[in-house]
Design a binder for this molecule. Sequence first.
Ligand code: PMP
Length: 301
Amino acid sequence: PSFDQRDGVIWYDGEMVPWSEANVHVLTHGLHYASAVFEGERAYGGKIFKLDEHTRRLHESARLLDFEIPYSVEEINAACNALLREQGFEDAYVRPIAWRGSEMMGVSAQQNKIHLAIAVWDWPSYFDPAQRLKGIRLDIAEYRRPDPRTAPCKSKAAGLYMICTISKHAAEKKGYADALMFDWRGYVAEATGANIFFVKDGVLHTPTPDCFLDGITRRTVIELAQRRGYELVERHIKPEELDDFEQCFICGTAAEVTPVSEIGPHSFTPGEITLTLMNDYTKEVRPAKAEPQKQMAAAIS
Ligand code: PMP
């Protein structure tokens, strides 16, 4: 069903509102001027992975757009958890969004109320599961990630997704699953909703996140790679280097760890490092189930 016609509730400015009634007016600043920031989180086994980090980033995204969300990090965390329970999901995608309301219309929005809504829904796999293991195919986007002097590139701001949607549509029209975007200088940056890693001679390479989101999944993957003792280099990657890499994968909350088989004319084969990190990520996000023996010991002690 369409996203405005579902069952259940949406957390909206502090209340649980029936899903189809969680609306905004057409004269909403956030809609006209993209004064909106959001998050994308995943719950696994009833627990939202790195919830606190996501909520802190939401606050920071809003601050970069010159507004303050009228709920504390703790209140937002509690709201996400309450909603997840209310909706009865174990595994789900969680989408908080904050935006400027309708009190003023025009570029200036000094008096506009800041709203916050949270929705959760079932979103099993961002990419076709049948394709995922073989690797997805990426187009090369025409648009580039903007210069940090041009846009608040560290904010997960709705407005920054305009070029991502255009790029993803162009890629899908050509039969690709997604697009790789270069940055304003021409270095490899990220996919339209995920960060990117490469492997060459057993070493991981990933672009320095100096003008795009340093994803929470990206940081998790770096930690997992370190635990495995893999060598990892964070650096500027030139497009002409794409031919030299053997493996490639993208990662993000929605995409998780997804191998890439092609970027335009360049091809890659998902190999051991990619598949190991993919599995390690799957294990990392699931809350550990206490073993029966340990539970028993805990009960006794
Ligand atoms: N880059 C972009 C443009 C994204 O939309 C996302 C998804 N939020 C990411 C990177 C990955 O971020 P995260 O791992 O925090 O989900």
